[in-house]
Design a protein around this ligand. Sequence first.
Ligand code: MTE
Length: 396
Amino acid sequence: MSLDLLSRRDLFRQGTIGVLALSIGSRVARSQEALPNPVGSADLIARQAVPFNGEPPLNKLVENWITPVDSFFVRSHGNVPEIAAKDLKLTIDGMVDKPMTFTVAELMERFPKAKTTATLTCAGNRRSEFAAIKKVGGIQWEAGAIGNAEWQGIRLADVLKFVGVKAEAKHVWFEGRDEVVEKNIAFPFGGSIPIEKAQVTTATGSSLLATEMNGKPLTPSHGFPLRTIVPGFIGARSVKWLHKITVADRPSPNHFVADVYKLVPEDNAELIAKTSPIYEFTLNSVICVPTQGSSVSGNQINVKGFALTNGTTGRSVQKIEVSADGGQSWKAAKVTSSVSDYCWVLWSAEIPLTETTTSLVVRATDTSGETQPEKNPWNYKGYQFNGWHRVNLKRG
Ligand code: MTE
């Protein structure tokens, strides 16, 4: 079901803001139109002006293993709420012994600081490539809706332990303070993760309530003052402008969990309702240099890109291979960056060119033995595209 086909009843399932929405809806819709690009970063190519959504050119992405904030993609379904840190209160309720509300300062004082490096990628990254089969609706991301950052804050697990999770709890819901507006109805963005993922306390795998990105306070576009970071999961589960956590026995009924981020072959409400939400991101690799359509000369080329495993715990990238003859023969690439769980690796390969070379393709294999398919099956919402990434070349 597309957002456009959502019924009002569906939207009212979303949460508290929806209940007020009919009366304020048109005002919200107008203010959405008025707001400028809140990012203003020259490094991002706008894929949607309002609300602003943008991705960096691919060659920027391989300059650093840790993506600078200016080159970090922005994916927002509604406008960026302007929230002073002192005004954000986080409520934790549902299946807990002590429902509580904290300010951000209280959270940071009460719980130990934690840091993790993790790759964030949108489930819709590479969506534009579905057009080779059949174009999918939604933002036409190329391959730059991905970045790797150092996130700092506190562990979600510590907060859950403090409030006491009841035995019957199975999922943790997140709600943002933004308002997504559809058909003059405003409702909050929400996410949801299984309780086991929320309770992980390993150095690299802990889900965070993050206040900082790359050593500085989160920018408004990336969720200031508080967001979740869920290593290995699609970006949609890392909820920005976090103001509510609910512990429950089932996944959140929020539209972005119940309807949107799911792999379905067609727009069929019954099928969508039966399909599980996407959690882990997918195995992938992309050529960032040379860029699409580059002119090349000589008999060798230096090819660079990124690769990441499926976000399932315990996997790492085993091999990255580049082909200059459409996949008949492959040459192994070398990892040139740090390697850490739930993070991409950067790679480079020296590839011989001949007069007949017209394209390069890349594929990755992970330690579970999974290899990227040459082509991946089409899905209605355009998620998790991970067919071999191809760059076409012109002979200079
Ligand atoms: N959180 C809120 N509150 N609102 C949103 O629109 N977008 C999600 C997620 N968290 C979103 C959100 C999606 S789909 C992605 S991919 C990531 O944020 C993007 O995070 P970034 O904009 O910091 O790169």
